[in-house]
Design a protein around this ligand. Structure first.
Ligand code: GDP
Ligand code: K
Ligand code: MG
Length: 275
């Protein structure tokens, strides 16, 4: 039997813990993340002869270092390298939820999407084509209703299927050429320094361009920092951060136009873009 770790991630209140409970039942352990008082839930489940350890990560809107929750979720994904990352998405709030998807894809993790709250989306009159979404993103998309435990077996089947696939998540997000050019320059430096070996270099370089302080701190401890600093000094980090976010939202909007028929009668301003 294989033994694997599956991380559940997603925005707050999207149904992560409901799905975690539906998967693990009573086989769970609740404690704290090391050194902090943020709750950590770990549970077990055997599916298709695979022993799965399921980790319920704190809810996050992004993978920047703006909050303890984000740092815990990000460090777990980067340092512990779970075999599969399941992002639980609130189907009634796709645009905001998918901002995290763009970053998980950039991290190059083996990603599966649990399209949750599909009952509420249906009740609102939204129609979301999960197959088209899967084609666009090139990752499995499984519809679930976490609070009822619907779709959980399908989700576990997808985890088992993905495990043995060698394909890593394609990076469908490209940026304007000024960002790509700077990114490539940074990637070259990162790839030549073993200090950065366990970070996905494209993701790390985008974080540097966004001006992520936690990532910058890590970079400063490397021998190649002077070269990195030289590249970063040539640009206006603030405008890069905004441009990168803008371009991620553009890709999401392109996808949403292809996969969704949102009933706009129910949309309030705050349901649209929230950044
Ligand atoms: P978390 O913050 O991501 O862990 O979300 P929770 O699992 O705590 O769920 C937040 C709320 O949404 C709870 O009241 C759940 O019962 C409810 N919920 C979870 N999944 C679904 C779903 O698919 N449909 C509906 N209608 N409610 C759900
Ligand atoms: K909650
Ligand atoms: Mg929770």
């Amino acid at each position: 039997t294989d033994k694997i770790t599956v991380a559940l991630t997603g925005n707050p209140n999207v149904g992560k813990t409901s799905i975690f409970n539906a998967i693990t039942g009573s086989k769970q352990h609740v404690g704290n993340w090391p050194g902090v008082t943020v709750e950590r839930k770990i549970g077990k489940r055997v599916h298709n002869d695979i022993e799965m350890e399921i980790v319920d990560l704190p809810g996050t809107y992004s993978l920047t270092a703006y909050s303890l929750d984000e740092i815990i979720a990000r460090d777990f994904i980067i340092e512990e390298k779970p075999d599969i990352v399941v992002q639980v998405i609130d189907a009634t709030n796709l645009e905001r939820n998918m901002y995290l998807t763009t970053q998980l894809m950039e991290l190059g993790v083996k990603l599966i999407i649990a399209l949750n709250m599909t009952d509420l989306a249906l009740a609102k009159g939204d129609s979301i084509d999960s197959e088209k979404m899967q084609e666009f993103l090139e990752v499995p998309v499984i519809s679930t209703i976490g609070s009822k435990g619907n779709g959980i077996e399908g989700l576990l089947d997808a985890v088992a299927d993905e495990l043995h696939k060698t394909r890593v998540t394609e990076n469908i997000f490209t940026y304007d050429s000024d960002i790509e050019t700077r990114g490539e320059e940074l990637e070259k430096v990162l790839n030549n320094d073993p200090y950065f070996a366990h970070y996905p270099s494209r993701w790390f370089s985008m974080k540097l361009l966004e001006g992520d302080e936690n990532i910058l701190k890590k970079a400063k401890e490397s021998e190649s920092y002077p070269e990195i600093e030289k590249i970063l000094n040539e640009l206006d980090a603030d405008s890069f951060e905004a441009k990168i976010a803008d371009q991620r939202y553009k890709t999401i909007q392109t996808m949403l136009r292809q996969v969704c028929d949102i009933n706009t009668e129910h949309l309030s301003g705050s349901d649209m873009v929230d950044r």
